[in-house]
Design a protein around this ligand. Sequence first.
Ligand SMILES: *Cc1c(COP(=O)(O)O)cnc(C)c1O
Length: 429
Amino acid sequence: MNYYSLNRTAPKVSFREAVINGLAPDKGLYFPETIRPLPSAFFEEIEVTPADAIALEAIKQFVGDDIPEDDLRHIVRETLSFDFPTVQIDDPVFSLELYHGPTMAFKDVGARFMARCLAHFNKGETMHNTVLVATSGDTGGAVASGFLDVDGVDVVILYPSGKVSDIQEKQLTTLGQNITALEVDGNFDDCQAMVKKAFLDDLLKNKNLTSANSINIARWLPQMFYFFFAYKALKKFSRPLVVSCPSGNFGNICAGVMAKKLGLPITHFVAATNANDTVPRFLENWRYEPDATVATLSNAMDVSDPSNFVRIREMYQDDKSAFLRDFSSYSFTDAQTRKAMQEVFSRTGYLLEPHGAVGYLGLTKELEKHPEAIGVLLETAHPVKFLDSVTEILGVTPAIPPQIEAVLHKEKCSVKIKTYDDLKAFLLR
Ligand SMILES: *Cc1c(COP(=O)(O)O)cnc(C)c1O
């Protein structure tokens, strides 16, 4: 399988090179050259097919010959070592809980898959990769845990000092081994600016720096699995399926659109956003005009220029009527988000954290247009990951699950830095 750059001036590369490069040399995102729908027999038997076998079928054409099928099967099995339950909230509304992994964030799956692909490519080589990420909270923990103890890969995470939650900080700073947390005297934008500068720095070329956000195809594509799992769980109702993703960088929803290209029968997608509404506005007036990013309650989705949206446009070939036929995007305020959390909790007892609540709002809005359908929202984080807002809004404190409890008692270990030169000195040490 070859990948081309969406900026269309860089050479085509294989899966392996696309994973190692992250971004193409012309700064475009990589996109697969062909997409082959899965056979109808696959969908006929999906409800009796184990999750790892479904995932292997979905991903293998995108990997091609770069990883032998037996090794890929092993990678997929290790990636999916936890559950993805679909829980009913209400009559036509379900929640696909993506938070049962090691860091209780949906980014665990992409991080674990990418880490194992890189480890496979490094086997028997002297080459060493350094994964460099800036985090405002959740990504860093998932990447740190996903790459822990993976051969040939060092992970360096930059986070803004004093600006991540206690739980998130512990998840970043207590692992040791091949993971280093750099505690930056600054905000998230400062961290991100330093990471971007490092990728362009000629003196760091031989460090094989790689990114681990959803720009990387090995983090993006495995998110397709969720949509197959939702369909597997809900197929028995024989009703059209609407799926809503709380969206920030649009990697998750973009993987859903790809799953549909493989033949997955999803009737309609909803990209639900917070006040960062560039895509909802685009779908109204067909003009892509990002505003300044606004801070919200669902802070993992505070993105005003979502990187993966170009991949979605590619899949719809920028055809407005095709787009609007099965894709909607709605924006919701923090006040609406709070109200949805309270309303769902008091009526059904189901705990939604702010990101899931935005997904819920998008789903119920779209379902008004599809009275015969059922809907599923992707709940992207455990309520305990956003403990302060959940406690304040709902007046209950969710129980701390064991994988979080374990980390709270560990000793924090970070390296404090202030400037880009500090980062560079650390990488060249
Ligand atoms: C990253 C994240 C999102 C947004 O996912 P995208 O794929 O970037 O759209 C939503 N919710 C949570 C909790 C996240 O961490």
